[in-house]
Ligand binder design. Structure first.
Ligand code: SAH
Length: 263
């Protein structure tokens, strides 16, 4: 098989956040496959064909990309942020695992991108200085009980928690429930970051307390990443500038004692 498949991360927004390796993979492609708005971010090049699709049919899109590559095309499948974080790389591998045995002969590469969590962290300061994790609040692909069980475990273990897919029109209540759970385990003054459209022209960063974040849950949207601080996460206030949020790298007290103390 002469075709190839590159699974490419576009970063959080503007082209300056695209890595040179990702740009090279896009330039080398004869066919670009992805969710329409992501494909719109890539300037069209002569001779390249764009195959835009809907956001909710990842497996079909992955299969289509593999079929094109098997037919000899140089295909790039694009994702926002990093393609391996709640995105197309896993969908392509799921299709590969279940698909034509011949597809396994294809040259397949994954080009990393700056994921929303890292872009949001950099915009706020250094909230990921200690241990952290990421959870998608979407229950399209997993039961809500799994989401809450994982969230509770990491809140009790005192990780900084990044919430991807916090809310959508079809899922309006999950973020409120997640923040209620956080408030039952962490202090109300814990810093929470609402990072919206980071790396784009309409970027907006809000730094709230956990108690305020619960009140503001309805103001988050699909383009927002929500980050809940750990017990050590704090603010550095500055005159005339937004505070910096950071988590020290050292932990001096037992996080388990902290969380058990509050329940
Ligand atoms: N692969 C993507 C994540 C896909 S899940 C990545 O690595 O970033 C989609 C979720 O990512 C959104 O609901 C939102 O929570 C987050 N997200 C994506 N782009 C973002 C951005 N520019 N700013 C803030 N959050 C973003």
């Amino acid at each position: 098989m002469t075709g190839s498949l590159a699974i490419v991360g576009l970063g959080p927004g503007e082209a300056r956040y695209l890595t040179p390796a990702a740009q090279a993979a896009l330039d080398a492609a004869s066919d670009l496959v992805g969710y329409g708005p992501y494909l719109d971010r890539i300037p069209a090049r002569a001779g390249q064909t764009k195959h835009a699709s809907d956001n909710r049919v990842e497996i079909d899109r992955a299969r289509h990309a593999l079929e094109l590559a098997a037919a000899g095309k140089s295909v790039a499948v694009v994702s926002g942020g990093d393609p391996g974080v709640f995105a197309m790389a896993a969908a392509v591998f799921e299709a590969l695992e279940a698909g034509e045995p011949g597809w396994r002969k294809l040259a397949i590469t994954v080009e990393p991108g700056i994921t929303a969590m890292l872009a949001a962290a950099a915009a706020a300061g250094a909230p990921l200085g200690g241990d952290f994790c990421a959870i998608s609040l979407s229950d399209n692909l997993k039961p809500w009980e799994v989401v809450t069980a994982r969230l509770e475990a990491v809140l009790r273990a005192d990780f900084v928690v990044s919430l991807y897919n916090p809310i959508s029109k079809a899922r309006p209540w999950q973020l409120g429930k997640a923040l209620e759970l956080a408030l039952s385990i962490r202090a109300p003054e814990t810093p929470v970051i609402f990072a919206r459209a980071i790396g784009r022209a309409d970027e907006a960063l809000r730094i709230l307390s956990l108690a305020e974040a619960l009140e503001a849950a309805g103001t988050a949207d699909m383009a927002t990443l929500v980050m809940i601080g750990a017990s050590g996460t704090r603010l550095i206030a500055r005159q005339g500038r937004a505070p910096l949020v950071y988590t020290p790298r050292s932990v001096t007290k037992s996080p388990c004692a902290t969380s058990q103390g509050r329940t």
